[in-house]
Ligand binder design. Structure first.
Ligand code: AMP
Ligand code: ZN
Length: 490
């Protein structure tokens, strides 16, 4: 309310019109299918259909996983900013070897285990302001569509049965390797693999279905009871909910091969159509030069950050500041710097709330608003350059020829992509707006200082600080600041 009243902040109807205008702005992404930055055009007019590989829920997700989910959120929000509606599917892998192993070790039902960790996953997303997907299908609930897909592959001769499961034969799929640019001939060594573990034709043939083993969960299937392989899960769910082809498939770069390559093979072999137009894969989060991974034992979770008094959004800010195609070597020092920058940014916004309204020509302000918004769109629409977009925001906040009202309007607008809770901070700031009494104390102190009565002035300063405000004496006079720490309750 405060923003509306004091700064004439009423952008709802304007934004609606701008959204309509925005549709059709050119968007470019690096596409791993072509290894080029390409113009992105969705298949449907106003919709983007997007699939992102989700977590295997047997443990907490780590910061590496979260970096990927954050990058996908930046991508989604950018498309929304452009005026598109998004159908966004994220799968939950709730049956696999690691889940079975852990549930056996802990002697608990695997469903209980996966329920617990999927709840933690959703909590992490919420704390990082990651928008909810349209649907989070769970593998165990989607078995019929996987069975159907395997039946098609068997019928078309792309799959074969062994003693332990059903496998996809990569030599049968002509385009195998097109995403990873791995030569199929190098993968098919011609050797027949026959070990205790498997009986497949070549080592890179992969399991579509694993036959049941004693003491392990299984699902009924016409070709033999068992459970699905990991890759088939994503082909079945993505095509079930998004059709084929769809617009964008995301994941971390490690999924490029074999996971996404195998998804392409299964889906294109079964449906005889192109699977996905854009594969957009985020770079890794590292620790001391190595990929953050459970298997390497170098992981940190969001819980670890909170225990060290970091706000989850500091991690979001760190990821925004690193281009999605650049490796991010994580350290607590970097996170500390990010938190500091984020706090500075929030403080700057709070300071704007308290700036005296400037009389500026509304035509000039409007022109600048549109100019900056256009620039922002250009930056994020060119391969999702969130780092540069943050720099633009700083530039705007430093622009001496722009009113605080327009600066706030632009910040709130850009935050639709950043997701850094600017709205919440400003709402709290508005609640903590200094009363007339406090403002008159500031005036009184200023007069006392002018008269050289610093002793009395200091007493008043203390009083103001006790009420949760900071005082800054500048060349232009005394400024009162809403204390961010009070807003954040830290
Ligand atoms: P997983 O649970 O290992 O299947 O991973 C879930 C998602 O996190 C996938 O998109 C992975 O590519 C991604 N991921 C895993 N480790 C990292 C990492 N160190 N940095 C960035 N993304 C990662
Ligand atoms: Zn997947």
């Amino acid at each position: 309310m405060f923003l509306k009243e004091k700064n004439g902040f009423n952008q709802k109807s304007k934004i609606k019109n701008q959204k309509l205008q925005r549709r059709g702005s050119k968007i470019y992404f690096y596409n791993y299918l072509t290894r080029k930055i390409e113009r992105f055009k969705p298949i449907r007019k106003n919709w983007v259909f997007m699939y992102c590989c989700g977590p295997t829920v047997y443990d907490f997700v780590h910061l590496g996983n979260l970096r990927t989910y954050l990058f996908e959120d930046f991508l989604r929000r950018t498309l929304e900013y452009n005026g598109y509606k998004i159908k966004h599917i994220v799968n939950i892998t709730d049956i696999d070897d690691k889940i079975i192993k852990k549930s056996k070790k802990q002697k608990i039902d695997f469903k209980k285990l996966t329920k617990k960790y999927s709840q933690y996953f959703f909590e992490d997303l919420k704390e990082l302001n990651i928008e909810k997907a349209t649907k989070y299908p769970r593998a165990t609930q989607e078995i019929p569509s996987m069975i159907k897909l395997i039946q098609i592959l068997l019928k078309k001769g792309y799959a074969y049965k062994t003693s332990d499961g059903i496998y996809f034969e990569i030599s049968k799929f002509k385009d195998y390797g097109k995403l990873s640019q791995i030569k199929k001939a190098n993968l098919i060594s011609g050797k027949r693999i026959s070990t205790d573990q498997y009986d497949k034709k070549t080592i890179f043939d992969f399991a579509l279905w694993k036959f049941k083993k004693a003491g392990e969960p299984f699902f009924k299937a016409p070709f033999g009871d068992g459970r699905p392989g990991w890759h088939i899960e994503c082909s079945a769910m993505s095509t079930k909910y998004l059709g084929i082809p769809f617009d964008i498939h995301c994941g971390g770069i490690d999924l490029l091969f074999p996971h996404h390559e195998n998804e392409i093979a299964q889906s294109e072999a079964a449906f005889g159509k192109k699977f996905v137009n854009f594969f957009i894969e985020g770079e890794h989060l590292l620790v001391e030069g190595q990929k953050m991974a459970k298997s390497l034992g170098n992981i940190y979770t969001l819980k670890d950050l909170k225990e060290k008094n970091f706000l989850p959004l500091s991690f979001r800010y760190l990821c925004l500041q690193t281009h999605w195609q650049t490796k991010l070597d994580f350290s607590f020092k970097k996170l500390e710097e990010s938190q500091k920058s984020l706090f500075n940014l929030w403080q700057k916004l709070l300071d704007l709330l308290l700036e005296k309204p400037q009389k500026k020509s509304s035509k000039f302000e409007n022109q600048k608003f549109i100019k900056y918004q256009k620039k922002f769109l250009e930056i994020i629409n060119f391969n999702l350059n969130t780092k540069k977009a943050i720099e633009l925001l700083y530039q705007i906040l430093e622009d001496k020829n722009l009113s605080s009202k327009t600066k706030l309007k632009l910040s709130i607008d850009f935050d639709k992509v950043f997701g850094l809770s600017f709205g919440k901070i400003l709402k709290e700031g508005k609640k903590n707006f200094p009363s007339k009494k406090i403002l008159s104390l500031v005036k009184k102190r200023e007069n006392l200082r002018k008269k050289g009565n610093f002793k009395e002035a200091d007493k008043i300063r203390e009083k103001i600080q006790k009420n949760g405000y900071q005082i800054e004496d500048t060349k232009k006079g005394t400024k009162i600041k809403i204390d961010l720490k009070k807003i954040l309750k830290i």
